[in-house]
Write a new protein. Structure first.
Length: 365
């Protein structure tokens, strides 16, 4: 791993955050407590696997049992699939508040067994984000939590739950690796705080960052403070598709981003107010690219790339909702990950709140 600048050390994760795989099975982990991104060789123990579907009931209870806690004390912050073994990696916060502990676990696709992934004395490299919000930054990031965190608010005839947290906790909201570059979305210490960073890997080269501006259809205004909640590389990695709370989908060409400048995205869809996007993946079906969006208020949403490409920017609050979309009868999905092309792996909660891993066949979506 010397070619990637990894040296034996420790990934000291205090707050479980987004994870994603890069080259040769290197896993990137974000820690918003310290504003740091780690690159770790997880030394995955599994052999190369095919594209078989993988389903596992009660994954939260299994992880809790392994960690010695109840399923209610397990918060799965993110999920990634190893590109060769198809091992399922979960970024987990055990417990809540100051007593919470960040843990990285692996679920075997062969037998569903759960093991922890060592983060001490492993090949590791790190980069500290220079534009991370300070720990005493008084600004807040407002989200719509799935659980019982936060406070209840009355919005018209609806009661919703809102969680207000320091923007430091949203320094990194999502990541993706594309052709030697780690893309890192989140919030910054800038006045226009919504940020997309491009960090060369191996770490050490000059990183660039751009502030982002979008037109938020349901809010009826241009915004620069709302962070990307989830994004995916698009069109061969030349651009990204990103989604925000309440719930615009926005296209950003990466070639138009300039270091230190503000980039204006093309809003192509509005998925509805009082809705939190939770995760996104893209996949190919019959030779065409599609986008899947998991969200808090609707079933799984499917959007065709051809419709995104032809959609003029939405810039007025009374415009149509943008690109056509299909809403699948698949609710309770909070995390998505590609499973070797033929399947998408979903973390799905049932009506009782128990969480399960489900393989969704892309040809049938």
């Amino acid at each position: 791993m010397g070619e990637y600048g990894l040296r034996t050390g420790r990934a000291d994760i205090r707050l479980a955050g987004p994870i994603t795989f890069g080259p040769d099975g290197i896993l990137f982990l974000a820690d918003n407590a310290t504003g740091t991104v780690y690159a770790v060789d997880v030394c995955d123990p599994g052999p190369a696997a095919g594209g078989e579907p993988f389903d596992l009931d009660d994954v939260d209870a299994r992880v809790g049992s392994y960690l010695g806690c109840a399923a209610e004390d397990v918060t799965i912050r993110d999920m990634a699939v190893h590109p060769e073994s198809l091992g399922v990696y979960l970024s987990v916060q055990r417990g809540r508040g100051e007593a919470g502990q960040a843990v990285l676990v692996r679920v075997s696709p062969a037998d569903g067994s759960v093991t922890d992934v060592p983060l001490g004395e492993v090949p590791v490299a790190k980069v500290t984000l220079p534009d991370a919000p300070a720990e005493d930054d008084a600004r807040l990031d407002i989200t719509l939590p799935l659980g019982d965190e936060g406070e209840e608010l009355r919005v018209g005839a609806r009661t919703i739950r809102v969680l207000r947290q320091p923007i430091r906790t949203s320094t990194v909201t999502d990541m993706a690796y594309v052709d030697g570059m780690l893309l890192v979305a989140g919030l910054s210490n800038e006045e226009f705080s919504s940020r997309l960073r491009r960090i060369p890997f191996p770490f050490g080269g000059p990183a660039t960052a751009s502030s982002l501006e979008i037109f938020h259809v349901s809010h009826g205004k241009w915004e620069t403070a709302a962070p990307i909640r989830a994004f995916v590389p698009y069109d061969g990695g030349t651009s990204i598709l990103a989604t925000y709370t309440c719930t615009p989908v926005v296209h950003f060409p990466l070639g138009e981003l300039r270091d230190g400048s503000k980039a204006v995205g093309r809003t192509v869809a509005e998925l509805g107010a009082v809705n939190q996007p939770l995760d996104m993946v893209s996949f190919t079906q019959d030779g065409e690219q599609y986008l899947l969006v998991a969200n808090s208020s609707h079933g799984l949403v499917k959007i065709a790339g051809r419709d995104i490409d032809g959609q003029p920017p939405l810039t007025q609050p009374k415009e149509p909702v943008g690109v056509p979309r299909e809403t699948k009868d698949l609710e309770g999905i909070s995390r998505l990950a590609n499973l070797n092309g033929g399947y998408v792996l979903a973390l799905q909660a049932d009506e009782a709140g128990h969480q399960h891993l489900r393989s969704l066949k892309t040809a049938s979506l």
